[in-house]
Design a protein around this ligand. Structure first.
Ligand code: FAD
Length: 404
């Protein structure tokens, strides 16, 4: 019998490919006309090695991120040629500690040392660990180097790391091609999922497609890969989330054209700050949390980015985000005079188990350890948590649905 994958983000797409590669017949249901069209397309693409999670006193988040990151390129290498993946990797990240960081620089350094220890273990089995090979895993920048790149009034410490991002815009067409060419994947695009019901040993799925409402199935197994709408579908089967959760709607800014000389990929620690990612395609991605976080929802009803994004002050978000990151890294100032046509603001939803936002140092957003697959018979609900974890979790859910 056929397996239904609901949602074609990084998780659903890779799960469909992994199951189909093992001989399973898959129906991949998605409301957009093509795979990888929402959060998995618009995100920053950082392949988290755990540096960001300096406020988690336990080792769990670092281990979770590294376990996913270590497998990221190896899993994608099944469907995307290695040289194409290499071309999508960004300039490696610096980390800067700001003067009002929730975690002081000395504690950040102790955390980075733990991240490095854990990575030695986690990366051992990876054929292609996603870390820049031409840099130390991390090292502090001397004050003169730091001041050459960053604003000395705001930045109290700076570090080079080997962490990288992958450009989701470049990855998307390569995965779409793999889905389109797979003989055992039936693509049901332009099809909104409206419900799910147990039927016999499996489940039937209610959809609204180009031909109107329909009931499809029953399916031998169903993978709920709907990300922001995952709790809504789980609830239809009486499944609760493992704790209080909320959904944030977050934007990012992409600037086209060659980056300014010397511009570095950087993440500011630790609090409601931002990032710069110098991508391989000549674009630069910037985010500044206070301006890019455009809203949140705790409702169990469908939570979608598109209606939230309608009427967004995109120019204002872009201008304030660039100005905030230029106050940290002056090389980014040149973006302030970019033509509007070169600037794009897009985003998506982010589900997480948490009560408060990241300006609260005790927020569970600073921890991402309760994530992944929860199976209820033949129904598998997957909290991807991060783009970083998508490919590895996809193979893990394939192992449950159709063991190799
Ligand atoms: C601005 C931003 C920056 C981020 N930066 C990073 C980062 O740097 N690194 C990182 O690791 N993670 C990052 N993330 C998180 C990351 O994007 C997500 O964790 C990941 O993309 C989720 O993948 P997914 O496949 O589960 O969800 P999605 O990519 O959202 O896929 C779910 C799919 O389900 C479909 N769907 C939903 N409801 C229905 C329905 N009713 N009917 C039919 N289809 C439906 C959607 O259309 C969508 O295609 C970021 C997220 C955002 C928004």
């Amino acid at each position: 019998m056929t397996i239904a994958i609901l949602g074609a983000g990084i998780l659903g797409t890779c799960a469909a490919l992994a199951i189909a590669d093992r001989g399973g017949r898959v129906v991949l249901v998605e409301r957009n006309d093509q795979p990888i069209a929402e959060a998995s397309l618009h995100n920053e693409g950082k392949l988290h090695l755990g540096f960001t999670y300096a406020a988690d006193p336990t080792p769990h988040t670092v281990r979770t991120m590294q376990a996913g990151a270590a497998r990221f390129l190896d899993v994608l290498g099944r469907w995307v040629p290695a040289d194409a993946l290499d071309r999508l990797c960004s300039r490696p990240f610096d980390y800067v500690v700001l003067d009002d960081s929730q975690v002081p620089a000395a504690a950040v350094e102790r955390h980075f040392a733990r991240v490095a220890d854990a990575w030695r273990q986690a990366s051992r089995a990876a054929a292609r660990p996603p870390a820049a090979a031409d840099r130390p895993f991390w090292r502090p920048l001397a004050p003169a180097e730091r001041d050459a790149h960053y604003d000395g009034g705001r930045v109290v410490a700076a570090y080079e790391t080997a962490e990288i991002a992958i450009d989701p815009r470049g990855l998307a067409p390569l995965l779409r091609r793999a889905v389109a060419g797979h003989p055992r994947i039936e693509w049901l695009g332009g099809t909104r999922i409206t419900g799910i019901e147990p039927q016999g040993e499996g489940h039937a799925v209610l959809v609204e497609g180009p031909a109107g409402p329909a009931r499809i199935g029953p399916f031998a197994a169903v993978v709920n890969a709907l990300w922001a709408n995952r709790p809504w579908l789980d609830r239809m089967l009486g499944i609760d989330q493992p704790g209080p959760w909320f959904i944030r709607f977050k934007a990012g800014v992409r600037v086209a054209g060659p980056p300014p000389d010397g511009l570095r990929s950087v993440t500011a620690l630790l609090g409601p700050y931002g990032d710069v990612v110098v991508q391989s395609d000549g674009r630069t991605y910037l985010s500044w949390y206070p301006d890019c976080m455009i809203g949140s929802s705790r409702s169990a009803e469908p939570a979608d980015w598109a209606p939230r994004a309608a009427g967004l002050d995109r120019d204002g978000i872009a201008r304030r985000t660039i100005a905030a990151m230029a106050a940290i890294q002056p090389a980014a100032r040149r973006f302030l005079t970019c033509p509007a046509a070169a600037v794009e603001v897009s985003g998506g939803a982010i589900y997480a188990l948490a009560v408060s936002d990241i300006d609260d140092r005790a927020s569970r957003l600073h921890r991402r350890d309760v994530v992944g697959i929860r199976s209820h018979g033949s129904f598998h609900s997957v909290d991807t948590s991060k783009f970083t974890l998508g490919p590895a979790l996809a193979v893990d859910v394939a192992d449950r649905v159709r063991p190799p």
